[in-house]
Design a protein around this ligand. Structure first.
Ligand code: IPE
Ligand code: IPE
Ligand code: MG
Length: 252
């Protein structure tokens, strides 16, 4: 496979789905699928670094996932805690900055503590960026943004007459991240499930049949191969895009 780096997305966001079905297929408890999914995170991050893809965002736990059985929720929280504890030193070694988006303050205290520790320990890096969406939902993100914005109006820091998309964007959890270029969902489901709904306005979508624990380098390369043939038009015509890419090439 010969992929040109200029055709890579700058920011990949993945809905890591299918852990439960992966485990069921193997006759194992669902949590073993989640555990194996943690291993996939390490592998996918390494492949992104190899390919010089600087931004990777992963959907780990949605606000709706609190409605799952309590035993699964507790096991998942234990896994996050364990993952952060173990992984922080690797992130430092790889010079990856971690971000966590979502309502962190609603997570169990021991998870919150690890989150804070990992965020602080990696805050100085800026080249590689791993973002975990935990207790995340686009609609709660919108609610939190509107509350913060309204508060800023109240304090006289914002003027609604001057409100633009850039203004509102600066109140989202993702204020310091570029929009995702490529959204991948594993496991064959073809929906967003409340993930980055505003940020993905012009993202390309890709749905892989592979369950997340089996999503390896080959599966990611297959997705990227598919991405490279797409034409992103942002509302323009194909002809306009051709002209733009010709002027870009004559400049460089
Ligand atoms: C994704 O796998 C992980 C989380 C949502 C936490 P699932 O647990 O949703 O796996 P399936 O969809 O039941 O197979
Ligand atoms: C979406 O997966 C959330 C995460 C991957 C963390 P779900 O498995 O919870 O989504 P639905 O319920 O199938 O839409
Ligand atoms: Mg699922």
């Amino acid at each position: 496979m010969n992929l040109s780096p200029s055709k890579f997305p700058k920011h990949i966001a993945i809905i890591m789905d299918g852990n439960g079905r992966w485990a069921k297929k193997k006759g194992k408890p669902r949590i073993s699928g989640h555990r194996q999914g943690g291993q996939t995170i390490r592998e996918v991050l390494s492949v992104c670094q190899k390919l010089k893809i600087r931004y990777l965002t992963l959907y780990a736990f949605s606000v709706e996932n609190w409605n799952r059985p309590q035993s699964e929720i507790s096991a998942l929280m234990d896994l996050f805690h364990h993952f952060l504890r173990k992984e922080t030193k690797n992130l430092i070694k790889k010079e990856v900055r971690l971000r966590v988006i979502g309502r962190i303050d609603e997570l169990p205290e021991k998870v919150r503590k690890e989150v804070t520790r990992s965020l602080e320990a990696t805050a100085k890096f800026d080249k590689w960026n791993l973002t975990l969406a935990v207790n995340y939902g686009s609609r709660t993100e919108m609610v939190d943004a509107v509350k913060a914005y309204a508060e800023a109006i109240h304090r006289g820091k914002e003027n609604p007459e001057e409100c633009s998309w850039e203004t509102l964007n600066s109140y989202l959890y993702t204020f310091d991240l570029p929009d995702p270029d490529f959204i991948i969902r594993t496991s064959g489901e073809t929906r967003l499930s409340n993930f980055l709904m505003l940020q993905s306005a012009y993202a390309e979508m890709y749905f892989s049949k592979v369950y997340w624990p089996d999503f390896d380098q080959a599966a990611l390369l297959e997705a990227l191969e598919n991405y490279k043939d797409r034409e992103r038009r942002y509302g323009l015509t194909g002809e306009q895009i051709n002209e733009l890419s010709m002027t870009e090439h004559s400049v460089t």
